[in-house]
Design a protein around this ligand. Structure first.
Ligand SMILES: Nc1ncnc2c1ncn2[C@@H]1O[C@H](COP(=O)(O)OP(=O)(O)OP(=O)(O)O)[C@@H](O)[C@H]1O
Ligand SMILES: [Mg+2]
Length: 227
């Protein structure tokens, strides 16, 4: 609502989206940016960032730009004791944008698969993305679960490798309005999460079984983390 009534805010959100989307789709550019980013040792834009704020912003951006998540159930659960993490606000949004886009693609692929496999009896399928964030043993745990296509073990082994993608552009993909992938999303996510002292891993998946990822970022000590 706020954005609708405030063209200036909307314009600036759109700017951010474009930056993020450009980064996310231009593999070599982001690798260069990642490299130069990591060289700027003393100059990181790290602050304490609230995960709710980062997620809210990400979702607003995704809704404004592509309007594409409107047919997907999105649930966000953040436990009351989750503290802000020491990170870059744009970086966290970049992580969420990449994660949501992967889940979206996978849900669209699932819908297509169901169309050509009526025997599965899944004609009431609805895409779902759930994010739940908790805090335990010195870590903030970000679980991201989708009910898309999931993947085979072979794919799962390679998914953090830069330029690895199963999304080669094709007429079929164009038909269902999916662009080709560059295979840089998860690589970028891993890079950023490492910068915050954390880890990201695929927890669970299977063919037609969706995917569950876990991102862990350490709780800042005394409200700050030594970088
Ligand atoms: N949620 C998911 N469900 C199923 N497969 C996934 C999921 N996330 C990632 N993958 C698989 O991992 C591969 C690599 O993902 P990654 O985000 O790094 O690249 P991409 O999505 O193919 O391209 P890009 O993100 O650069 O546009 C994907 O091509 C896809 O096969
Ligand atoms: Mg991706």
């Amino acid at each position: 609502d706020t954005l609708k009534n405030n063209p200036q805010a909307k314009a600036s959100f759109e700017k951010i989206i474009n930056v993020i989307i450009t980064n996310a789709s231009d593999g070599d550019q982001i690798i260069d940016e990642i490299r130069s980013y990591s060289r700027q040792e003393g100059d990181r834009q790290y602050t304490l960032v609230g995960l709710k704020e980062a997620l809210d912003k990400t979702l607003r951006m995704l809704y404004i730009q592509i309007n594409k998540f409107q047919n997907i159930d999105i649930s966000i659960n953040i436990a009351a004791d989750v503290p802000p993490v020491f990170a870059s606000a744009i970086g966290l949004q970049n992580i969420f944008v990449n994660m949501f886009n992967n889940a979206y693609d996978s849900i669209q692929e699932m819908k297509e698969y169901i169309k050509s496999h009526p025997e599965l009896g899944l004609n009431n399928y609805k895409g779902r993305i759930a994010v739940s964030i908790t805090c335990a043993k010195g870590n903030v745990n970000i679980h991201l679960v989708d009910n898309g296509m999931g993947m085979t073990v072979d794919i799962a082994k390679k998914l953090f490798t830069p330029h690895y993608t199963t999304k080669a552009s094709s007429d079929k993909r164009k038909e269902i309005k999916l662009s080709g992938g560059t295979g840089i999303g998860l690589y970028t996510i891993r890079f950023l999460v490492k910068e915050y002292g954390g880890t990201v891993k695929l927890v669970k998946t299977g063919h037609l079984e969706g995917a569950e990822f876990l991102i862990q970022i350490p709780v800042p000590k005394n409200g700050e983390k030594e970088v």
